[in-house]
Design a protein around this ligand. Structure first.
Ligand SMILES: [Zn+2]
Length: 175
């Protein structure tokens, strides 16, 4: 068994948003180069591996109801197991059947869902964006991947409401 490395949740979010086919397609970035994410460098993962993992994890974030099942399946495939460490605390180990990056990412998400619940994983509500996020807001009501998507949506909704208002006024004048 091989010890599982630590990876921050923020790096997993970056991985999904920069490498998943769906996030790139919806954002119109399919032809763009894949950015280098520093947190993955120690794992020495190739681009195909990053894309495959990002696609699998996008499914986890996109559907909180099926997220536990999906994570269990991924963990099984990687041979992820809890073991007691020398200090008597539980540590993650994996069989080596998958990559160390996949093992680290899935273990981190399992721990997070165990602690916070899968409803804290989410996907952006904005148009033309399916980027994922981890909701750490006190009210657990985060709906957007970024402040940019939040304000973009607010402006679009305001314009829509305003357009509706002016066309109603115009209708009133002509009738
Ligand atoms: Zn977004």
């Amino acid at each position: 068994m091989i010890p599982v490395d630590h990876i921050p949740l923020a790096a997993i979010v970056d991985l999904v948003n920069e490498y998943a086919d769906e996030t790139r397609r919806v954002a119109g970035e399919t032809g763009d180069p894949y950015p280098v994410v520093g947190a993955f460098e120690p794992f020495d993962a190739g681009r195909d591996e990053l894309v495959t993992l990002a696609n699998e994890l996008h499914g986890v974030f996109a559907d909180p109801v099926s997220a536990p099942d999906r994570l269990n399946r991924l963990a099984d495939g990687l041979g992820l197991e809890h073991r007691l460490g020398a200090d008597g605390r539980l540590v993650w180990m994996h069989s080596g059947g998958g990559s160390s990056l996949s093992a680290a990412a899935v273990a981190a998400l399992v721990d997070f869902v165990d602690e916070a619940g899968s409803a804290r994983l989410g996907i952006c509500d904005a148009d033309a964006c399916v980027d994922v996020f981890v909701d750490t807001s006190p009210a657990a009501n985060r709906a957007y991947c970024s402040p940019r998507c939040h304000s973009r949506t607010r402006v679009a909704r305001w314009r829509m409401a305003h357009r509706h208002e002016t066309s109603t006024n115009r209708d009133r004048k002509t009738s």
